[in-house]
Design a binder for this molecule. Structure first.
Ligand SMILES: [Mg+2]
Ligand SMILES: [Zn+2]
Length: 171
């Protein structure tokens, strides 16, 4: 079983700008790319779990979401880093009824655990809303950690993996 670091996307990896579908509006949070590289270098899977109700609302399509994620991978590749998997929920209850993937539901996290062989009890999540933290708890993760983008994500990830996973990271 692998250990994973789950990241909410908007407000954690990139600055929250409302519904994001244009690559030009994507701004990395300080330390975000370095945090992902740190996980890569320490044998921790990196998994993005993101609610994208803009799809249900008809603001953009799954194709635009894929384009943003491809851009992120290209940008990460410049420092030798990568995200192992992306999961997005395209639903919103007003348009699609209830789904089991929209956070605070744990569906995306549970799917990732099943598909990638992740041990939830040895994995943690970073999110900027209560929904994220509730999803982490519902999925049985070791911890859901509240993060705000005034902080440096690398610093917070390093402290958290040490505290919760006893990983003394190599740089
Ligand atoms: Mg968020
Ligand atoms: Zn969903």
């Amino acid at each position: 079983m692998r250990r994973a670091i789950f990241f909410d996307r908007d407000g954690v990896l990139n600055e929250e700008v409302g519904f994001l579908w244009e690559v030009e509006k994507f701004i990395w949070v300080d330390g975000a790319r370095e945090a992902i590289k740190f996980c890569n270098d320490n044998d921790l899977l990196t998994v993005v779990v993101t609610n994208q109700s803009g799809i249900a609302r008809g603001l953009y399509t799954a194709r635009e979401v894929d384009k943003i994620h491809a851009f992120m991978q290209r940008s990460l590749a410049q420092i030798g880093a990568h995200i192992d998997a992306f999961y997005h929920c395209p639903h919103h209850p007003e348009f699609n009824g209830e789904c089991d993937c929209r956070k605070p539901k744990p569906g995306m996290i549970l799917k990732a655990c099943a598909e990638l062989g992740i041990d939830p009890a040895q994995s943690i999540l970073f999110g900027d809303s209560k929904r994220d933290i509730d999803a982490a708890q519902a999925a049985g993760l070791r911890a859901g950690i509240f993060f705000t983008s005034e902080n440096n994500l690398l610093d917070v990830v390093k402290l958290s993996v040490k505290k919760f996973l006893h990983v003394d990271g190599k740089e």
